[in-house]
Design a protein around this ligand. Structure first.
Ligand code: ATP
Length: 232
């Protein structure tokens, strides 16, 4: 679904992302880990079109992410560390508004349905978002990704500041979008979350993707060891 090949970004003489290559299939989750300054945010920003790469390609389901930006934007959803929604709108009103902005045709019952599927309760549907926790706002954003049938969801530090229960709920919700065939790319420092959620784990160090590990039989201590090996 997502193919990234030979992606490079320089900030002056600083080679911020060096020859990045990876793929994320439909229904697959890739978690990118790495120290501060490893190049994770720059990678995300290049995929989002916020930052122009100096070379390389990113293709989303056959669409060139740099030359067909509008088409590409329609197919993807970005969930930042802190999801910004309209605090005086309810969850339903927020999704309705986001859908209108994105030109997605929806009916009220579909909005309620996707929100309930992400774990928002009936009682919370009509509550103003201003009273929602970070985890609940993430659920609303994920509900919109479901409604939009996003082919790719990009997330930045989704579990930072979430308590263990909210983190577990987040993992369950992301698995819902995975089951729908969405490709998911998560930038995180949370090894436990990456271990529980990812199909592939990428470890970035010194602006390169040093390791791309299949998460099939990997134990958490193995992952931790491999992670620290990159920085020793
Ligand atoms: P963190 O975990 O702290 O968010 P990161 O892995 O996301 O770090 P990046 O923010 O992508 O790392 O930074 C990669 C390199 O690019 C660093 O050397 C950083 O200083 C540099 N860099 C990032 N953004 C800019 C910018 N706008 N201008 C100049 N240099 C930048």
């Amino acid at each position: 679904m997502l193919e990234v090949s030979n992606l490079n970004k320089y900030y002056g003489k600083n080679h911020a992302v060096n020859e990045l290559n990876f793929t994320v299939d439909s229904g697959e989750i890739l978690c990118l880990l790495g120290a501060n300054g490893a190049g994770k945010t720059t990678t995300l920003n290049m995929l989002l079109g916020f930052v122009k790469p100096d070379s390389g390609r990113a293709i989303l389901d056959g669409i060139d992410m740099y030359h067909q930006r509008t088409e590409c934007r329609e197919q993807m959803m970005y969930i930042p560390e802190n999801v910004h929604l309209y605090p005086s709108f309810t969850a339903v009103e927020n999704i309705s508004y986001l859908a209108e902005l994105a030109g997605v045709k929806v009916i009220q019952s579909d909005i309620k349905d996707v929100l309930l599927r992400t774990g928002i309760t009936e009682a919370q549907l009509e509550r103003k978002i201003g009273s929602f926790s970070k985890g609940m706002r993430q659920k609303v954003a994920i509900a919109f990704a479901l409604l939009k049938h996003a082919k790719l969801v990009l997330m930045d530090e989704p579990t930072s500041g979430l308590d263990p229960v909210a983190t577990q709920e987040f993992i369950e919700v992301v698995n819902t979008i995975k089951q729908r065939g969405t490709a998911v790319l998560i930038v995180t420092h949370d090894l436990l979350c990456a271990h529980q959620l990812a199909d592939q784990i990428g470890i970035m160090s010194q602006r390169k993707l040093k390791q791309l590990i299949k998460n099939d039989d990997l134990t958490l201590p193995d992952l931790t060891e491999q992670y620290f090996e990159q920085f020793s």
